[in-house]
Design a protein around this ligand. Structure first.
Ligand code: NAP
Length: 316
């Protein structure tokens, strides 16, 4: 029998994927190794691939301990927790799992937008707690169809969100660092101007230091007391303290948030706000999409080990 490839797995990817990896490869499980990285010592020779996720990451100190490393296969499209620069400096290729999650994350952005504008979660509680009968009609909410949607980050997910907006008869604008050729949406060079133009501002850009607090107090004030911000990207992109203040003072109309700056910690003020809809970072969390993401990690790894290179490379 040919020798099985040695890989290092940083954290669990779920029972099924973990079992598939163990059946096919000689897997060193870092999260089950007492002493962690420091205990690895001589056991790292011959490890050519790391399997990880955006949650578990892959830091420069781990990369430095793996002299034979050639590929990092990560689960998730974001990769801000992987030291891509350190990997690329040593010629180590990195893959993520783009595209397979676009539809589900876009669907969730819409669920949050509708929940924040039409107060569907609040209305659900209203019915379930008997208030429909005891109090009567539910307060009016905000129309969604036909309004203006601004998208910060018109990438793969942003475009899937925009396509859905067309179905709601919306005008769509966006802000990226560069305008995109061949898209039918209005490019706005300044994020503050985009926010001023928008009824709804949807955050769909990448996370990490380069986008930290891009959605600043100034941007939120430009969105205004009738505006709603939706974030399915990363909590770090919004200045959360400024957002909480703006919501509390009525300077921002509402928010739909799948991600928070210090998740799973939730600013306590948000818990009592009916104008805020929250979900616990579940953008891609459907059976179908999670299966496809796991399969893409396995396919990347198999392709790399077969000498054909990674399939969905993170660009240098
Ligand atoms: P993508 O295709 O790379 O799109 C990212 C977009 O952000 C690009 O259009 C990019 O345009 C723009 N952008 C990047 N930096 C920017 C900046 N400084 N200012 C303005 N725009 C900027 O990525 P994607 O696949 O759509 O994924 C987007 C993000 O969604 C991921 O990175 C991840 O953090 C998040 N996500 C969240 C969940 C969830 O469960 N909630 C699930 C999956 C993904 P330019 O390069 O032209 O600026």
């Amino acid at each position: 029998m040919p020798e099985r490839a040695r890989i290092l797995q940083v954290g669990t990817l779920g029972d099924e994927t973990d079992a598939t990896l163990q059946a096919q490869y000689d897997v060193l499980r870092l999260w089950e190794t007492p002493g962690g990285l420091d205990a690895l010592a001589e056991r790292t020779a011959g490890i050519t691939a790391v399997v990880t996720s955006v949650r578990h990451g892959c830091r420069a100190d781990l990369i430095a301990r793996l002299p034979d490393l050639r590929a990092i296969c990560s689960w998730g499209v974001g990769y801000e927790t992987i030291d891509v620069a350190a990997a690329h400096a040593r010629g180590i290729a990195v893959s993520n799992t783009p595209e397979v999650l676009d539809d589900c994350v876009a669907d969730l952005a819409w669920a949050l937008l509708l929940a924040a504008a039409r107060r569907t979660s609040v209305a659900d509680r209203y019915v379930k707690t008997g208030q429909w009968r005891s109090i009567g009609a539910f307060p009016l909410s905000t129309r969604v169809s036909g309004k203006r949607m601004g998208i910060l980050g018109l990438g793969r997910i942003g475009e899937a969100i925009a396509r859905r907006g067309s179905g709601f008869g919306m005008e769509i604008g966006y802000h990226n660092r560069r305008a995109r050729a061949g898209v039918p949406y209005r490019y706005v060079e300044s994020l503050v101007e985009l926010a001023r133009w928008s009824d709804f501002l949807v955050v769909a850009c990448e996370g990490g230091p380069a986008t930290r607090h891009l959605v600043s107090a100034e941007v939120l004030d430009a969105l205004g007391p009738r505006g709603i911000v939706v974030n399915i990207a990363r909590g770090s992109v919004i200045d959360e303290a400024a957002m909480v203040r703006a919501l509390a003072e009525g300077r921002l109309g509402g928010a739909g948030l799948d991600v928070l700056e210090h998740e799973p910690a939730v600013p306590p003020e948000l818990l009592g706000m009916d104008q805020v809809a929250l979900t616990p970072h579940v953008g891609s969390a459907t059976h179908e999409t999670r299966r496809e993401m796991a399969q893409l990690v396995l396919d990347n790894l198999a392709s790399f080990l077969a000498g054909r290179g990674l399939l969905t490379l993170v660009a240098a």
